[in-house]
Design a protein. Structure first.
Length: 384
């Protein structure tokens, strides 16, 4: 059971899932970030077989083999660990780095995962090529801070298919864009060099989709969060991105009710949301995380206030998202089928965004769908 230990809701969900797994068969090995929090899992579920931390593949396999001796299988034994993936055959996540150099006051990821460590560009591209050869049609690039890729190694030059390629986001996107599959970028901080990737989206090299965790718009709250950028510059850059790539889909996440947030500062956030007209947005009511610096900030907000602001935020975004989807009615979209009748367009990441519904289709195939109607989350149409 892989777990998350970031926010309280994720901890509770992980503990509940462990309990469900124990009830199912009684034999559970726990790994991931929650496993790194000493005593948390054992206190609630003392009967788990073993508890390991994140990225401890050897620890997990040792525990599995201790309790379930591994029979020799000449086929499975030839498959390397990195050759096994848990997503459907037609899409896969490509993790390019681990850890984060930021010290956002609401986050404890650096204390669990450490500072940024970028994977070698040749290793990343080899994995991507192997995935494509195995039938993957969409690669989702992820990390804690995708746009910082290569900072820790000073953008060291590696070699991909015999050609020199720098370990940095732009060069990685160019290389991935040559594989002939969808390439989707997640968790991109709005650094200035991100602007260089937008033309690749306009050219169709990578998907016109950017997942940027803005978190807030008030300058004072952003400083308290220790977040980069300001709302004014962000709005300017969003406008510039749309000028270069009009079809770009922008996804983001925000926190409502951060300690000390005033009603006027929350109003700034709503104003930013109205101005930015983002396509896909998630919002969390601020939740204290054990070990986070934000816990020490003055003037924490009552839970009802935080939840009420989150609700108002999402009501506004629901209207924006609905209008965005309604504008696609009458258009023909290229979609990737996840299961018969359910597909995703270039603007839809799996599990977190909406879907395109139509009759027919086989998993992993592309189709052209004429959009006939829309609701608050999904599109509906017919295959051409």
């Amino acid at each position: 059971m892989n777990t998350c230990g970031f926010i309280d809701a994720a901890v509770e969900e992980s503990l509940d899932a462990i309990g469900e797994a124990l009830a199912e068969n009684g034999k559970v090995v726990v790994t991931g970030c929650l496993g790194a929090k000493e005593g948390v899992v054992a206190k609630v579920h003392p009967s788990v077989l073993a508890i390991t931390g994140p990225h401890d593949t050897q620890g997990v396999m040792a525990a599995v083999h201790e309790h379930l001796p591994k029979p020799h299988d000449p086929y499975v034994d030839l498959v390397p660990p990195q050759g096994v993936k848990l997503t459907p055959r037609h899409y896969a996540y490509l993790k390019i780095s681990e850890g984060c150099n930021h010290r956002c006051t609401f986050c404890i990821i650096p204390s669990m995962r450490g500072d940024l460590v970028s994977r070698p560009i040749a290793e990343v591209m080899q994995e991507a090529e192997n995935l494509v050869k195995a039938g993957v049609q969409e690669i989702l690039v992820i990390s804690q801070d995708t746009s910082a890729y290569g900072v820790d190694v000073k953008y060291r030059t590696g070699f991909v298919r015999g050609k020199p390629v720098k370990t940095r986001m732009l060069d990685l996107c160019r290389a991935l864009g040559e594989l002939g599959v969808w390439v989707r970028l997640h968790y991109v901080y709005p650094y200035p060099h991100v602007d260089e990737v937008i033309p690749l989206m306009a050219e169709g090299r990578v998907l016109p989709y950017l997942d940027v965790p803005f978190q807030h718009a008030s300058p004072r709250i952003l400083r308290l969060m220790k977040r980069p950028a300001s709302s004014e510059r962000v709005l300017e850059r969003i406008r510039a991105w749309r000028e270069v790539c009009p079809d770009i889909t922008l996804r983001s996440t925000f926190i409502a009710g951060f300690p000390g947030e005033t009603e006027s500062e929350f109003a700034e956030l709503l104003s930013f949301l109205q101005e930015a007209q983002l396509d896909r947005v998630g919002c969390f009511a601020y939740s204290p995380v054990e070990g986070a610096a934000a816990n020490e900030l003055p003037d924490p907000l009552p839970e009802p206030v935080k939840e009420e602001r989150r609700r108002r935020f999402m009501e506004l975004q629901a209207r924006i998202s609905a209008a965005k989807l309604q504008a696609k009615v009458g258009r023909t979209l290229r979609v990737l089928v996840d299961e018969p009748g359910v597909a995703r367009s270039e603007g839809d990441a799996p599990d977190i965004d909406g879907v395109v519904r139509f009759k027919g289709g086989k998993p992993g195939e592309f189709a052209d769908v004429l959009i006939e109607r829309a609701d608050a989350h999904d599109l509906y149409g017919r295959r051409l």
